[in-house]
Design a protein. Sequence first.
Length: 158
Amino acid sequence: MKLEVNGVIHELDVEDEMPLLWALREELGLRGTRFGCGMGLCGACTVHVDGRAQRSCVTPVSMVAGKPVRTIEDLGSPEAMHPVQQEWLRLSVPQCGYCQPGMQMAAVAFLDQRQAEAPDADLPPPTDEEVRRAITNICRCGCYERIRRAVVKAGTVG
């Protein structure tokens, strides 16, 4: 099966039902996407599929064949961080950090989708309530206030 991940086509010899999470971690060695609950509830495994946030632990690889997949490894680098990553650091968002890759991927998908819905508009930053409704990932450390502030601030940059 062919899988496009972070702009690179990979040929994988895996079962169609294999969760995308395990294909990314075990077959491609992309360990930034995390296993959390295994039921698609917590969001630690969030990646982008065709530009939309997707819980990879419950997504069979066969469902993403032919669609671009983006993981946290493609979001930015220490030299060129995404605005969401910049705000995460500036506001010292994470405590343990385990859920943060999925949280960042959900935040970026939310901001990108918001901009795509009004491409010519000079959008105001998202409200705290918009962020609260859009990002349903779970953070065991309870960093939600800083997470929402970082997303709102990143929404003013993009």
